[in-house]
Ligand binder design. Structure first.
Ligand SMILES: CC(=O)N[C@H]1[C@@H](OP(=O)(O)OP(=O)(O)OC[C@H]2O[C@@H](n3ccc(=O)[nH]c3=O)[C@H](O)[C@@H]2O)O[C@H](CO)[C@@H](O)[C@@H]1O
Ligand SMILES: C=C(OP(=O)(O)O)C(=O)O
Length: 430
């Protein structure tokens, strides 16, 4: 795939409606979980245009899965009756959750060859706990130069899994593997984020018995036969926050549809404390100039952490907000302290206003600031989207190199902006 760049003319004012798509961090997991089902699975509200989803589609088709992808209806039907990774000719599939493809292959073929986990380079992103899960469930695991091989000819056997740290990917891996294991699997110190909850609901709807006790203990009764289901993916809370921040900074008038309010209490509370008041009903939110209570964004201090707090993926959008607040704001990222590389690029729009070091970002904001046009290069998904927003609210024409990073997580970005009256050009990078 050719690398893309965006050419963006700043100062276009968005007006109209934008609908939040199904969550990347749920959709791509449910796609992998569908592979353990015995009947066809239908996933609705699926963000079919995401770069990450398309890599996963390609891998699933390459191992024998049959997918019907309806890009107009945001629907994917998955028939995974015949899967085998034996004849794969390459492992160049750039997405994070490659490890979730193991259980489907183990169930259907007793063996899985998967690419190493990809995803954003936002600091240490180990995969040792995924290997621990497979080994504890009875598999043998080998690492090769370009792939990992997991073998368990007779399937997984239920076990106890104790995570030493809270891991989303690890919890998801243990859940899907436990669903096909013989007997009972327990997970201690599970991390049940809203997207993990979406996975639990999907697995239950597909016929797996899962008991959740408190907020970090899970018990799964593995099933030999898993029916599958028709399921609608939850809306993307990070995308919703992105549109809210863009709406405020662009001084536009936009209504954001399908906001998953139940997953965003704390992130929204921090916006309120920064002086932003919205009109909303149970599903939609309207952002306009009137939302700024005193006509300005108040400076703030916050730290990212685990859900229900502000998750690290939202951090760059608070940084942007801080740059337009009335004074100094501080943002601490304890989850991924090295998620600061994008700040170097963002500084090209905001000369001298960003100070950053491992885990800490300080912004010197100004309510009347207009970012200067710049040519920048994306470093990670959310950072790339922050650069896109800076360009959109800036003056002149900006270039965002490797905008593919943003397109990994923002479904139909160009089309959604166009529906708001904002045109951006995306072309192969020169
Ligand atoms: C596709 C997806 O849903 N990605 C999200 C997921 O990533 P992901 O699932 O990769 O993140 P984890 O929650 O697993 O990672 C948390 C920490 O655990 C460590 N770790 C994880 C697994 C492992 O085997 N060994 C290990 O040491 C990681 O290096 C990291 O420091 O949660 C992150 C926050 O937690 C988000 O920023 C990502 O957007
Ligand atoms: C870091 C992210 O994703 P991934 O884990 O897929 O790299 C993200 O969604 O912001």
């Amino acid at each position: 795939m050719n690398i893309k760049q965006a050419s963006i003319t700043g100062g276009q004012i968005p007006t109209g409606q934008v609908r939040v798509s199904g969550a990347k961090n749920s959709a791509t997991k449910l796609l992998a979980a569908s592979l353990i089902c015995d009947k066809e699975v239908i996933l609705n509200n699926f963000p079919t245009e995401l770069v990450d989803a398309n890599y996963k589609f390609e891998y699933i088709q390459d191992i024998g899965g049959i997918l019907q992808i309806d890009r107009d209806k945001d629907q994917v039907c998955i028939d995974s009756s015949k899967l085998s990774s034996e004849n794969l000719t390459h492992f160049n599939y750039a997405f994070r959750t490659t490890y979730l493809l193991v259980p489907g292959l183990i169930k259907k073929d007793g063996k899985a060859k998967i690419p190493y986990p990809g995803g954003c380079k936002i600091g240490q992103r180990g995969y040792d706990l995924h290997m621990m899960v497979w080994e504890k469930l009875g598999a043998s695991v080998k690492e090769y130069e370009d792939h990992i091989e997991v073998i368990s000819e007779n399937g997984f056997v239920g076990t106890e899994i104790n995570f030493p740290i809270s891991t989303i990917g690890g919890t998801e891996s243990a859940l899907i593997c436990g669903a096909i294991a013989k007997g009972k699997t327990t997970i201690r110190n599970a991390y049940i984020s809203p997207e993990v909850e979406d996975l639990i609901i999907f697995l239950r709807a597909s016929g797996v018995n899962i008991k959740v006790v408190g907020n970090s203990f899970i018990e799964i009764e593995g099933q030999e036969y898993i029916q599958g289901s028709i399921y609608s993916i939850m809306p993307d809370r990070i995308e919703a926050l992105t549109w809210i921040v863009y709406g405020i900074l662009s001084k536009g008038d936009i209504t954001i549809l399908d906001v998953p309010f139940n997953t965003m209490d704390i992130p929204l509370k921090h916006l309120e404390e920064a002086g932003i008041d919205f009109y909303h009903n149970s599903k939609n939110i309207r952002i306009s100039n009137d939302c700024l209570v005193n006509g300005i964004i108040q400076p703030f201090e916050l730290a990212t952490g685990t859900h229900p707090g502000i998750i690290s993926d939202m951090q760059p959008f608070y940084t942007l907000l801080g740059l337009h607040a009335d004074g100094f704001s501080r943002i601490f990222d304890y989850r991924y302290p090295e998620r600061i590389k994008y700040c170097e690029e963002l500084s090209k729009f905001y000369a001298g206003r960003l100070i950053f070091e491992s885990g800490k970002i300080t912004t010197e904001g100004n309510n009347n600031l207009v970012p200067s046009a710049a040519e920048v290069t994306s470093t990670d998904l959310r950072g790339s989207m922050a650069l896109v927003i800076a360009a959109l609210i800036g003056d002149g024409v900006s270039i965002i190199n490797n905008v593919d990073m943003a397109l990994r997580g923002y479904n139909n970005l160009q089309k959604k902006l166009s529906e708001l009256g904002v045109e951006i050009e995306i072309s192969d990078q020169k």
